[in-house]
Design a protein around this ligand. Structure first.
Ligand SMILES: Nc1ncnc2c1ncn2[C@@H]1O[C@H](COP(=O)(O)OP(=O)(O)O)[C@@H](O)[C@H]1O
Ligand SMILES: N[C@@H](CCOP(=O)(O)O)C(=O)O
Length: 321
């Protein structure tokens, strides 16, 4: 589930009245998602998504996320657009939480991505990077290399209850990553969580991207590395190089990778695996005990990390082949 906060009918009606979007016909909590509470609203005009931002999404970051969606959409990227209330505002307060209403994006996520999906994701990611070039705001990536040690410290030796020797492996890995993390790669706005559940397709065509709540300013190639992790591994934990090749070729078709970005891919993919291993590990150990929120398995990312530890060049991900 992802409905942490309930809203009364009166509050919902009052909210909709702040907008010029017709009258409320129905409202229903959305089961998918883990971070925030989402509701599907139908008004006499169209469907909308109402998001109530929960604890992990900082209120200070909301102008960046909402402004970014508006900016990307204006540049032709298909993504939800925040709806302005009659008074011009996009940020509201509902049931005591910061909230925003965004447009509904048609489509569905794919449960078993194929190479053609990966190619389209690569293209969409590159379009996002290009469309974000003239966005006026920046947001540091709190979940980049400097943010990993505190997560590892939170897990501490308890990591070994998840996998034998995990605490020591994380310590070694963090030392290596901190000492060699690239600092001079081309940077800009990145999505930072472009997993299959955040990409919608209608039939075989990509229809849009959602969930910009980890977006930040960081290396473009790191975003590619996140996608290689999220899209190109099989259920048996093997890397599917055909999918990697498709994703990278799709990206390269829209925005050509610089040679130093391609060279950095194995290290960036290793760091990206570490980022998701750590956030999942902390959620696994300390996340809400609500049985309706199923924590994601950190061990998946341990296996991915092991693949990246043995990768020597971008060719291992299908680049240039
Ligand atoms: N703009 C949108 N259009 C259509 N569906 C959406 C939209 N935003 C969110 N959803 C639905 O809500 C679910 C959770 O949204 P998401 O932003 O991924 O939540 P969380 O950040 O809490 O994980 C998505 O899987 C999707 O089903
Ligand atoms: N993609 C992350 C978890 C974040 O979930 P989302 O529903 O906000 O995309 C992971 O897989 O660990």
């Amino acid at each position: 589930m992802a409905v942490y906060t309930d809203i009364s009918d009166e509050e919902l009606t009052a909210l909709v009245e702040r907008y010029d979007i017709g009258t409320l016909q129905s409202a229903k909590g959305i089961a998918e998602g883990v971070e925030n509470s989402n509701f599907l609203l139908h008004t006499t005009v169209s469907p909308f998504i109402l998001t109530l931002y929960e604890k992990r999404t900082s209120e200070n970051d909301l102008p960046f996320f909402l402004g970014l969606m508006e900016h990307l959409s204006a540049r032709g990227l298909s993504c939800p657009v925040p709806v302005h209330a009659r008074d011009g505002s996009v940020l509201q307060r509902v049931a005591g939480r910061p909230a925003a209403l965004v447009t509904f994006l048609e489509g569905m996520d794919v449960k078993r991505p194929r190479a053609e999906h990966c190619q389209q994701v690569g293209m969409a990611l590159a379009r996002l990077h290009e469309a974000g070039a003239d966005f006026g705001m920046t947001r540091a990536n709190a979940l980049s290399v400097d943010g990993w040690a505190p997560l590892a410290a939170t897990a501490g030796d308890r990591a070994d209850t998840v996998a034998e020797g995990l605490a020591a492996l994380i310590a070694r890995e963090l030392e290596l990553l901190a000492g060699s993390w690239p600092k001079d790669l081309p940077t800009g706005v990145i999505h930072a969580d472009l997993f299959p559940d955040n990409v919608f397709f209608i039939g075989a065509e990509l229809s849009g991207l959602i969930d910009f709540y980890f977006a930040c300013t960081d290396a473009f190639a790191y975003d590619i590395a996140i996608c290689l992790n999220a899209w190109c591994f099989e259920a048996d934990d093997s890397f599917n190089v055909t999918k990697g090749r498709a994703l990278l070729a799709g990206y390269n078709k829209v925005r050509a990778l610089e040679p130093e970005e391609a060279d950095a891919l194995p290290l960036l993919a290793r760091g990206a695996a570490m980022r998701f291993l750590l956030t999942r590990l902390v959620d696994w150990l300390d996340g809400p005990q609500d049985a309706l929120v199923k924590p994601k398995d950190p061990r998946e990312y341990l296996k991915r990390l092991r693949f990246h530890q043995h990768a020597v060049s971008a060719a291992d991900y299908g680049y240039g082949g």
